[in-house]
Design a protein around this ligand. Sequence first.
Ligand code: SF4
Ligand code: SF4
Length: 128
Amino acid sequence: MSAEYIYPEFEVQRNERRCTNCRACISQCANGVHYFDEKRKIVLSDETKCVNCQRCVCFCPEKALKIVKNPNTFRENANWHNDTVKEIFKQAGSGGVLLSSMGAAGKLPVYWENPWRPACSWAKSRRA
Ligand code: SF4
Ligand code: SF4
């Protein structure tokens, strides 16, 4: 696990007592979440790829699967919600520019209502 690790949004829960390792979930998942571990001889999951489509749940003959929303979140407060912190976390890891903000419920003043006007006035004054 690296410092950039973000918990997956969904968790695959496989009931080991019901699972017969038939591998139906492997063939039904379009995102390659389930795989067969040759060493341990069991079906395992990489939850980071799961999009919660529930297809594997429907096709599991033993009804051994559950996909649940991961309750693990970043600490939230009135301004910083989980999704915002997650976005910042990802962008900080990539070295990219911050594209989202925490937003504001109230009306804010617009400082740059017409950014071209001051620029044009300045250019005109230079020409005169
Ligand atoms: S489809 Fe169900 S029973 Fe078959 S390997 Fe997957 S979880 Fe186990
Ligand atoms: S819910 Fe969909 S994406 Fe997730 S493991 Fe099952 S089939 Fe794959």
